[in-house]
Design a protein around this ligand. Structure first.
Ligand SMILES: Nc1ncnc2c1ncn2[C@@H]1O[C@H](COP(=O)(O)OP(=O)(O)OP(=O)(O)O)[C@@H](O)[C@H]1O
Ligand SMILES: [Mg+2]
Length: 449
């Protein structure tokens, strides 16, 4: 059975009345749409499970299961399928209810050929637009890294290059910019992906255990060494060793690392046997290593061993256009994980978040989205839902040439706008009483005349 019409869409019509189905089929066929039909909800559910359906047109009143149940089934299980409910006349409540539970549109009986055609076209146009938006979003995710700004495109190119090479990599960037994400992307897209990715935080290894952690130990090598153990380098053999916060590595750790990078061999504590290791080093730092070298806190010889492929990750404030993409990405991902409806953001909220300077970078943004998912009533985030530091970020960035009265005036108006003009709430935020607020507003109004 071919279900694809010349438009490339597959349409399923459901009605217990065979004549009604024939009419829908004939009208849509004249415009080049091919329609499959069935006479009940259970049959429709089977068809939906078996094949891709772009649009369902369902009657409302049917025996056993109603059109409402089918609308709910489709909207909860097939988010890439549109639904139109055909309602008997007069049935405006039915139509409203259908839209509420997820129908894209409704059509009241009796309808003309043109009415049916236009409601079908509208639904399919919307579906096409939705799919286009979705594919743009997917294109923007490369190596699981969201971002379409020029600096992030550069990072993606460097990841692709680093993945094909075996040279060591140094990733630098502020806290929360995605350094570990980039390190993992390099490993999992490299020929080493089937071997281990071993993350090691250079600040977390106790001084006394450095050798045994890096190189492993033999049973009985020291008190507490109850069994022979492999160290990080051996575990990462054939794979990638991720040295996080390398800028904070102690002098001792730096010396030990340098030796392995030079010789590519290790000796376990308590052993005399030399073991060859082939671990690719990807290191990360949020401190400028050149500065540390100048201050004699970091070994220059180690730096040159690591910094062969250099990947700097810019802070989020330098790639504002990625902010809406990241917000959408985390909102979609986290809502799905938490099983709640997708969250949308008003333009004002998006603008405020894009203007904000994100000292904690992507991690701060991810945390905020998580908090909003829990705290916001309903599914739309507006500017009032955002933390104060974002709502007034315009203030923080304002020039320094304005009078105190002008700043106070603008600030009061911003606060009022953020609470939708509610003076009681505004007064509470400003920590003044309503009377004082009223007087200040009066003064502002008279100054403006
Ligand atoms: N471009 C991005 N796209 C999607 N998720 C991102 C992106 N950048 C960062 N993240 C996410 O943000 C969080 C922080 O990233 P990550 O841990 O890689 O940062 P980091 O630079 O290693 O931070 P730190 O310096 O604090 O260790 C992670 O949950 C990560 O998945
Ligand atoms: Mg990190």
């Amino acid at each position: 059975m071919t279900t694809q019409s010349e438009h490339g869409f597959s349409i399923l019509a459901v009605d217990d009345n065979r004549n009604a189905l024939e009419i829908i089929k004939r009208i849509l066929a004249r415009s080049g749409y091919e329609v499959i039909t069935c006479e009940g909800v259970p049959e429709a559910v089977n068809i939906l499970n078996d094949q891709r359906v772009d649009l369902v047109i369902t009657d409302m009143k049917m025996p056993k299961y109603s059109g409402f149940e089918l609308v709910r089934h489709v909207s909860e299980n097939f988010n890439d399928t549109a639904v139109i409910m055909v309602t008997g006349y007069p049935s405006i409540e039915g139509a409203v209810e259908a839209i509420k539970i997820g129908a894209d549109d409704f059509l009241a009986k009796p309808y003309t050929d043109d009415e049916l055609l236009s409601v079908v076209r509208r639904a399919l146009d919307r579906l096409t637009a939705q799919r286009a938006a979705q594919s743009v979003l997917e294109l923007d995710v490369s190596f699981g890294i969201v971002g379409n700004s020029d600096p992030m495109k550069k990072v993606s190119k460097l990841i692709a290059k680093a993945a094909t090479m075996t040279a060591n990599v140094l990733i630098s960037g502020e806290s929360g910019t995605g350094k570990e994400l980039v390190a993992r992307a390099i490993h999992y897209h490299s020929p080493r992906s089937s071997a281990a990715f071993v993350p090691v935080n250079c600040t977390a290894i106790p001084e006394s255990l450095i050798e045994s952690e890096l190189f492993g130990h033999e049973k009985g090598a020291f008190t507490g060494a109850n069994a022979t153990r492999s160290g990080f380098f051996e575990v990462a053999d054939g794979g990638t060793l991720f040295l996080d916060e390398i800028g904070d590595a102690s002098q001792n750790l730096q010396a030990k690392l340098l030796r392995v990078l030079q010789n590519k061999e290790i000796i376990k504590v308590g052993s005399s046997q030399i073991i060859k290791v082939d671990a690719r080093i990807v290191a990360a730092t949020n401190k400028g290593l050149l500065d540390l070298i100048n201050r004699k806190l970091f070994r220059e010889d180690l730096y040159y061993r690591i910094d062969v492929i250099d990947i700097p990750i810019p802070p989020l404030r330098e790639r504002g256009e990625d902010v809406p993409l990241l917000i959408q990405h985390f909102a979609a991902q986290l809502c799905k994980e938490m099983g709640r409806e997708p969250l949308s953001f008003s333009d004002r909220a998006m603008n405020a978040m894009t203007a904000y300077s994100w000292p904690g970078n992507v991690r701060e943004l991810e945390n905020l989205v998580q908090k909003l998912i829990v705290s916001v009533d309903g599914n739309n985030v507006d500017i009032v839902d955002l933390p104060g530091r974002m709502r007034f970020s315009i203030e923080h960035q304002a020039g320094l040439n304005r009078s105190l009265a002008a700043v106070e005036h603008e600030y009061i108006q911003n606060v009022l706008a953020s609470v939708g003009g509610n003076k009681t709430q505004a007064a509470k935020i400003l920590k003044i009483d309503r009377k004082t607020l009223r007087e200040k507003l009066k003064k502002i109004a008279s100054n403006q005349q």
